[in-house]
Write a protein that binds this ligand. Structure first.
Ligand code: IMP
Length: 446
């Protein structure tokens, strides 16, 4: 012990990569537990930008063990490209540094096709997926037709499983019938080649994680996406096909709830969402454009412009509950500098005038809900040089205090710029497991 889970507390893209990167400095292992290359984690170190989709953000630290857990869906082509890019940039990606669960499921060429076809069929009603094959891959996993990493090591089994998986998809795949990627022999050979390449990394990752925990090592469980995109708890059906909440760390990494000591929720100082679905605090027009430009709110994976809105405390309180958050990391506070007035959504108003302090469970209610706001003073100062809470202007501190009190979760870390050094470790971080010997040690950082 300890085990620390890092999850998104909004609709993804909150800055989990940066938080993981910072906490990973003092961690012995970092485990990804769900999602796939629909995620994109950006980390800026010494002015250099790193974009990771599958490999845990801890890979940038010399001796941290990185694990891709059983709950992740892996596109092996993307994983190999990511490994090669890291190696070309002199980051060690030896099997001592990276382990891949033999039980993780693989994204196959037909999953990509089905994702495209499914969205096209939905037309106006489409979810706006990243089209990386995530949904169809998790669907096959649940239908027990999935191909797992371990299957890459046995040609006969691989072929048999591909045949079984393709059979029920014949009709949906008809438009792709002539696509060479669907040819059984070609697909088997392509995936066997990936298998050869990945074989040294394939491991019993559950045992590895337990060994780390048993030795008292610090293990981070790195989530992808965010609570409101959770297939059970998010804005269904406008969600991803996995569970990005903290409880899923147990399933996707093979640990029990007692192995988790802390849960850090990452949120931005405002909200964003990519793809379709309800977004009660959404802004449009000039204000949205300005926040989008300042915050660089374009998808890491797809390059899509993100929808932008005010901070939504109804959603944040909900995320705090369903994740049992013990700390918040609030990112991109600097992006809000220069606005005279800021708004924070405290509750929703339904179409029929009802007030909602809690996140509405009903899809229709949520679709018509609009945010009602507390208006707060903005601050003109640039925050990028601030390294201590006391460096922040009073209005910024009031904004943070209002947020933490409403969410009932202390803020441990504040992001004031894209660089990894552009953060403030708050006093609250000192009492947390991660902060006790966290890095930079909060007290020392002051
Ligand atoms: P999928 O995960 O590709 O199936 O997409 C389902 C929904 O989740 C879409 O609205 C995507 O835009 C959204 N989504 C998936 N991954 C991410 C992410 O990493 N950040 C933000 N949104 C995401």
């Amino acid at each position: 012990m300890p085990g620390i889970v890092i999850v998104g507390a909004q609709w993804g893209d909150e800055g989990k990569g940066k938080v993981t990167d910072l906490l990973a400095e003092q961690a012995d292992a970092v485990v990804r537990f769900q999602g796939g290359n629909n995620a994109g984690h950006t980390i800026v170190r010494n002015g250099t930008s790193w974009k990771l989709h599958l490999i845990p953000s801890g890979i940038l630290h010399g001796d941290t063990i990185c694990v891709i857990g059983n709950g992740v869906v892996i596109d092996p082509k993307v994983l190999i490209e990511e490994l090669e890019e890291l190696r070309a940039r002199n980051i060690a990606t030896t099997p001592e540094r990276l382990r891949i669960s033999a039980n993780a499921h693989l994204i196959m060429p037909y999953h990509l096709m089905l994702d495209h076809a499914g969205e096209a069929k939905l037309g106006q009603l489409q979810i706006g997926t990243t089209r990386r094959g995530i949904g169809p891959c998790y669907a096959d996993k649940a239908a027990r037709l999935g191909i797992r990493v371990q299957d890459l090591l046995d040609e006969k089994i691989l072929k048999k499983k591909i045949i079984a998986a393709l059979e029920p998809k014949r009709l949906s795949l008809r438009p792709y019938a002539k696509d060479p990627r669907l040819d059984l022999q070609t697909m088997t050979e392509e995936y066997l080649t990936y298998g050869h390449r990945l074989e040294p990394y394939i491991a019993d990752t559950i045992r590895l994680v337990h060994e780390q925990l048993d030795r008292g090592r610090r293990v981070l469980f790195e989530g992808a996406q965010g609570a409101l995109l959770d297939i059970d708890h998010g804005t269904y059906p406008f969600v991803t096909s996995s569970n990005p909440v903290a409880g899923a760390a147990c399933i996707g990494a093979g640990v029990g709830p007692k192995d988790i000591d802390e849960v850090w929720g990452v949120t931005k100082a405002y909200s964003t969402r990519v793809g379709a679905g309800p977004f009660p605090t959404e802004l449009d027009g000039g204000m949205a454009d300005e926040i989008r430009e300042r915050g660089g709110e374009y998808g890491t994976t797809t390059g899509r412009a993100r929808r932008v809105g005010w901070l939504d405390l109804v959603a944040l309180r909900y995320a705090a509950r369903i994740n049992s958050l013990t700390a918040l990391a609030l990112m991109k506070l600097d992006v809000l500098s220069g606005f005279d007035r800021l708004r924070v959504c405290t509750h929703y108003r339904g179409a029929e005038g009802a007030r909602f302090d809690d996140f509405p469970y009903h899809q229709t209610v949520l679709h018509h809900a609009t945010g009602e706001y507390e208006e707060m003073s903005g601050w003109p100062e640039d925050l990028r040089e601030c390294r201590d809470e006391s460096d922040l202007p009073l209005a910024a501190r009031e904004y943070l205090q209002f947020l933490a009190e409403s969410a009932r979760v202390p803020i441990a870390l504040i992001g004031v710029g894209p660089g990894r050094e552009e953060v403030i470790w708050t006093q609250a971080s000192e009492s947390l497991v991660a902060g006790n010997s966290g890095s930079p040690t909060p007290a020392a950082a002051r």
